[in-house]
Design a protein around this ligand. Sequence first.
Ligand SMILES: [Zn+2]
Length: 78
Amino acid sequence: MDPWFASSKTCHIYQHKMDAMTPDIRSWVCLTCPTHHNRDINAALNIQHQGMIKLKAEGLPVPAHGGLRKSGRSSVAA
Ligand SMILES: [Zn+2]
């Protein structure tokens, strides 16, 4: 994984990267989705995603669901 990948401040859905974020900010709202991200959970999802990109690059099988939630942008009426 790229050691400089900004996992905690990059949206795990749209990869929108936020500007500088101080360590005391525990959650933030993406300007693209807009999804309210928990900083640590968002980072974990990004790291998982990066890991799967690496597995794919090496030709290894990757779980079908991909571990990414597409929350907050459903256009289908309930
Ligand atoms: Zn987003």
